[in-house]
Design a protein around this ligand. Structure first.
Ligand code: 13P
Length: 257
């Protein structure tokens, strides 16, 4: 059984002092817990990746980037390459978040290029997919999910299930307070697993960590984790407060008992 992943995506919401205070608030309590069954991940903005690795050194927290350039190097002002992230020793990066797709017109093809760039540099992508409200109401959720999986993972070799995570984040549930029910999320997670089985094999399908994201908070996490195909959360708002983040870690630990 893989670990439950409690990943915080801080988006563009935390600056230096706030981050220092957060790390201070969680580090000793995390070190005091037996974290065998749970993997905490936090994704700050680029300038704080290295700082956070230092602040949380020795703790079980893995630090992730929120995005990466699709280019290897060169004249791309403002971009950050996978090699640069790798040189910091990062193990994970979010890619294809719906906010990037919506505000920066990222296509499945571009997300695929970024994902390959990460993998080539030894960084594990956390690939985000999910339908909009219009698509759900129009009955095309399954079609959209399959199109995103086909587009982002076309001819991508996944030799080891640990090399990638998938995050199902219905766009209508992000930052809206409107969470998918456990059953709604489970239905899509099952679709993702069966696509993985058809495309790769049963072992990959069984072992790949599939996170749910969209208004996850301490109050609804246990219900989501009770679903057979939900392996953790990719959490925005509720991951910004140290006490809530620790509470979600405890809920995940409890769910493993
Ligand atoms: P919220 O938890 O704030 O809805 O954000 C989810 C998200 O976008 C995580 O990547």
């Amino acid at each position: 059984m893989s670990k439950i992943v409690i990943a915080g995506n801080w988006k563009m919401k935390k600056g230096l002092e706030d981050i220092r205070a957060f790390c201070k608030a969680i580090v000793s309590s995390l070190m005091a817990r037996d974290m065998a069954g749970v993997m905490p991940i936090l994704a700050p903005s680029y300038p704080f990746l290295d700082l956070m690795q230092g602040e949380l050194k020795g703790s079980p927290v893995k630090i992730a980037a929120q995005d990466v350039s699709s280019h290897p190097a060169g004249a791309f002002t403002g971009e950050v390459s996978a090699a640069m992230l790798s040189s910091l020793g990062l193990e994970y990066s979010i890619v294809g978040h719906s906010e990037r797709r919506a505000h920066h017109d990222e296509s499945n093809e571009l997300v695929r290029e970024k994902l390959l760039m990460l993998m080539d540099n030894g960084i594990k992508p956390i690939l985000c997919i999910g339908e909009t409200l219009l698509q759900r109401d129009g009955g095309s959720t399954k079609e959209v999910i399959l199109e995103q999986l086909d587009g982002c993972l076309r001819n991508v070799n996944i030799y080891n299930a640990e090399n990638i995570m998938i995050a199902y984040e219905p766009v209508w549930a992000i930052g809206t307070g409107r969470t998918a029910t456990g059953e709604q999320a489970q239905e899509v997670h099952r679709i993702i697993r069966s696509w993985l089985n058809n495309t790769y094999n049963q072992a990959i399908a069984d072992e790949i960590v599939i996170l749910y994201g969209g208004s996850v908070k301490p109050e609804n996490l246990a219900g989501l984790l009770a679903m057979p195909d939900i392996d953790g959360g990719l959490i925005g708002g509720a991951s910004l407060q140290a006490d809530k983040y620790l509470k979600m870690i405890d809920i995940a630990l409890e769910s493993r008992k």
